[in-house]
Design a protein around this ligand. Structure first.
Ligand SMILES: O=C(O)CCC(=O)C(=O)O
Ligand SMILES: [Fe+2]
Length: 330
């Protein structure tokens, strides 16, 4: 069954907007939705449709290249988790089969003088670029606008949680991390899924929030709090926002980090672009007082954001974990 997720207009939280009653209404609406399902659609995100379209065009061109060319920028050549991940080189569901998707992982572009690079923080450093000048221009334009959209959402969420508006954007422990992932799911006929094999196995996201654009082909499925899988369609002018594990820890599960997965479409390719937002590498994530009901205990141990992220990447990527590859079905 395809469901329509609720839509929230986040434009009142545009960078520089003065405080307004509309903002309070947006924050209250997000709180109401995320208590039930940690997935919703956003309008008023500020991403120009032409900028999004150019990003999809550039990624189509990249994924259409021969695999040997894509492997020249393989993620295993990067010391900071950026580059190409081939088909079946990741297990989003550690217990399940390998993912039938390929990706190009990108993050902030950090030179050798960046303090976090100097400090050897493993999520900071240079990207590996496709050999295509148009790619980088399209990427820069899209990433800038997607980050602005994610910041609108983070301000609204901070307000909803009774914190000051910049709470999620300005944490001790470094810079908020924005990891832009370009994903390609080939058609079922091409990849021939094994039994229970998916484009992206069931998983929860690891960070604070994820902002997702897709090409309208469909295939994303979300598990609701009561354990039912629903298929989610994404209207062309909207983006999806979903809650990740660190936000569930911060809110003591007031907001849900839903398992979700992707099925390879029949007879057509699917392309999607998640922007993963993770708190600063050294930020301590512990249950917020505003989310702890009287007499209740925190459900989760506090986590340091970066090491939590790395533990999840180590558990799911073959290039980080040779044992995972040996475990079979890769
Ligand atoms: O491709 C999608 O729609 C979702 C991908 C996803 O869930 C992920 O990369 O974490
Ligand atoms: Fe995900």
């Amino acid at each position: 069954m395809t469901e329509t997720l609720p839509t929230v207009d986040v434009s009142p939280f545009a960078t520089g907007a003065p405080p307004s009653p509309e903002q309070d209404a947006v924050a209250a609406e997000i709180d109401r939705i995320c208590r039930e399902i940690g997935f919703f659609l956003i309008a008023g995100h500020g991403v120009d449709p032409a900028v999004k379209e150019s990003m999809f065009t550039a990624m189509h061109d990249f994924f259409a290249r021969p695999v040997e060319e894509k492997e020249k920028i393989a993620i295993g050549r990067s010391e900071n988790h950026r580059g190409y991940v081939g088909i079946a080189a990741e297990k989003s569901d550690e217990e399940g089969a390998a993912d039938l998707k390929e990706s190009l992982d990108t993050g902030g572009e950090h030179g050798p003088d960046h303090p976090e690079v100097q400090a050897g923080v493993p999520t900071f450093g240079p990207n590996q670029w496709p050999d295509d000048p148009a790619f980088r221009a399209a990427w820069e334009a899209y990433r800038t606008q997607a980050i602005e959209a994610a910041q609108r959402v983070q301000r609204a969420m901070a307000r909803a949680l009774g914190q000051h508006d910049e709470f999620l954007l300005d944490r001790p422990g470094g810079e908020v991390m924005y990891h832009l992932r370009l994903l390609h799911y080939p058609p079922q006929e091409t990849v021939q899924p094994g039994p229970d094999q998916l484009g992206c196995g069931a998983h929860t996201d690891y960070g604070t929030v994820t902002l997702l654009a897709d090409d309208g082909v469909g295939g994303l499925q979300v598990m609701t709090r009561d354990g039912t899988w629903i298929s989610v369609g994404i209207p062309a002018d909207l983006l999806v926002v979903n809650i990740g594990d660190l936000m569930a820890i911060w809110t003591n599960d007031r907001w849900v980090s839903n398992p979700h997965r992707v099925v390879n479409p029949p007879r057509t390719d699917r392309y999607s672009i998640p922007l993963f937002v993770t708190p600063p590498f050294h930020a301590e994530i512990a249950c917020l007082d505003s989310c702890l009901e009287a007499g209740a205990e925190p459900k989760y141990d506090a986590q340091e954001a970066g090491p939590y992220l790395m533990s999840r990447l180590n558990a799911t990527h073959t290039y980080r974990n040779p044992l995972l590859a040996e475990a079979g079905s890769f």
